[in-house]
Design a protein around this ligand. Structure first.
Ligand code: HEM
Length: 143
């Protein structure tokens, strides 16, 4: 990842991080209102889920300068998502929803460059998660 892009990702996330709980609240509200079919995949009480999603975004940004440290945790996360019923085509939906909520919250501090940067960062996260998903052993087939 290019240095300037890393700096834009960090500074835009730092701007929103103090409003992290609001970010994940809005994210799931948008996700479920635009894609109601996804709601039953998640627990009815979303409290813990919101904290976990925020923690995973923090982890990504904290390690964005040393992405090799993200490989194992994101592959493991992707492998667990197979068990949650997540499919490859869900990833761009999550990416677009997250980016639009961040843009909305950042207001005038947002721009097209940031949309491009965050699409790139989330495509990277998704691709590592999907690598983990591919190597996940399907339930019932231990060999
Ligand atoms: C940027 C990509 C994503 C990140 C960073 C992410 C992050 C997380 C985290 C941290 C958890 C907590 C559970 C665990 O650690 O094993 C989780 C659970 C979950 N995620 Fe994701 N996720 C992503 C994409 C998706 C997508 C595309 C879907 C599909 C709709 C999805 C659906 C779920 C579901 C259903 C759960 C489990 C809820 C439960 O039963 O407790 N996630 N996700």
């Amino acid at each position: 990842m290019e240095q300037a892009m890393i700096e834009r990702l960090e500074s835009s996330f730092n701007l929103l991080a103090p409003r992290g709980p609001e970010l994940v609240d809005r994210f799931y509200a948008h996700l479920f209102s635009k894609h109601p079919a996804l709601r039953p995949m998640f627990p009815s009480d979303m409290g813990e889920q919101k904290k976990k999603l925020l923690a995973s975004l923090v982890l990504v940004i904290e390690n964005i300068r040393k992405t090799e440290k993200l490989e194992q945790p994101l592959q493991d996360l992707g492998a667990r998502h197979v068990g949650f019923g997540t499919q490859a085509e869900h990833y761009p939906v999550v990416r677009d929803t997250l980016v639009s909520v961040m843009a909305e919250m950042a207001g005038e501090a947002w721009n097209d460059q940031l949309t491009q940067d965050w699409n790139g960062a989330l495509d990277f996260v998704s691709s590592v998660m999907l690598e983990g998903a591919e190597s996940a052993v399907p339930a019932g087939h231990p060999n």
